[in-house]
Design a protein around this ligand. Sequence first.
Ligand SMILES: Nc1nc2c(c(=O)[nH]1)N[C@H]1C(S)=C(S)[C@@H](COP(=O)(O)OP(=O)(O)OC[C@H]3O[C@@H](n4cnc5c(N)ncnc54)[C@H](O)[C@@H]3O)O[C@H]1N2
Ligand code: MOO
Length: 393
Amino acid sequence: MIPVEEALAKVLDLVRALPSERVALRAGAGRVLAAPAVAGLTQPPFDASAMDGYWLAAADHRPGAVLRVDGEAAAGRGYTGPLAPGQAVRIFTGAPTPAPAGVVVLQEDVTRAGETITLPASLSANPNIRPRGQDFTEGMAFFPRRALTPRDLGLLAAMNVAELEVHRRPVVAIIATGDELVMPGEAPGPDQILCSNNFTLAAAAEAAGAEVRMLPIARDNEASLRMIFGLAEGVDLIVTSGGASVGAHDLVGAVAADLGLERAFWKIAMRPGKPLMAGRMGGAVLLGMPGNPVAALVCAKLFLEPMLAAMQGLAPARTPLRARLGAATGPTGPRSHYMRARLEPGPDLPMITPFESQDSAQMMLLAEANALLIRPLGDGPRGAGEIVEYLPL
Ligand SMILES: Nc1nc2c(c(=O)[nH]1)N[C@H]1C(S)=C(S)[C@@H](COP(=O)(O)OP(=O)(O)OC[C@H]3O[C@@H](n4cnc5c(N)ncnc54)[C@H](O)[C@@H]3O)O[C@H]1N2
Ligand code: MOO
């Protein structure tokens, strides 16, 4: 059994950032830029009115001044006519200003009579003008080290970046193993249960940017496993669940070894998730997870997600957060324990309380948990109020 940190270092050593590809901006949500995007223009491209009102030259901006309204500047249609002293130009939000030195007075702050306006007795110091380049300037680079968010896409659109250079999505094959498994919607036999891990793992992988191929369930025999591994041809990462432990029907390690697995490790000092294995298998990386549903989810959080991040050129670090224990908890043994817990607001730090039962087959408790309390390997008992670390779920 190797510690979690060592296992993480080993799985990250198995993966590399994938090459880049060009995609349309519209397809960029959740993708990771592989090269800086460069602004194709300055924004705003001109001094722009921030309000609906009247533009006037700074020299005419005097309390109580009476000005003649002549001309109009709207968004997309600026005023390019002549300007004379004492002239106000009707202007709308987003319109270019008619000349550099001026201000915009809000329409609700003036008194209009026919073609004249009278400025108020007390004037605002705010020119209500967004200066050219206030947002960004042409040639400016944008290279966020994260999956692109809606706000990033809006910014890239404003920068006139119509195509993005992004890392290719990791292609992940998901394989469940076990004679006892049937797919949701099917009727399980008397000794059977539903295959749930595939849905947990597929959703986790997709949320982390992967393209998922959910393969048919492999049965607990070599021929079936071999056949299903064959269907994973060409993927970047194969994630199996089940058949990883020491039982007579736990065949994943043996079949993978036959197929050329160069094993990096098998078994980690972690609860749940002990029988995790990983290695390189042909052109792919194999992450062999235990079958227990909670173990599979914890392995996805701790190993699969960081691997997928690294494959998309991101720093895989998942920094644990701090909370205060809501209830005393016993010592840990030779494995670090990732406990399903409830996280609630607290006076200084949030308060975290692990659930009573931590059986790694209980999915209702997993769904109800909103955090994993991290109990380090070999740690002593901890009392209520002590500061501990957790991962949000
Ligand atoms: N003698 C020992 N027995 C076990 C050990 C051990 O060290 N010595 N380790 C235990 C631990 S820890 C775990 S975790 C499990 C993991 O075993 P496997 O990876 O071999 O998983 P299976 O035996 O195939 O399945 C375990 C459990 O999970 C259910 N399962 C499997 N696949 C799915 C799926 N896709 N969806 C839902 N549930 C699934 C399966 O029916 C079993 O109940 O081994 C312990 N045993
Ligand atoms: O991984 Mo097992 O679920 O540690 O019990």
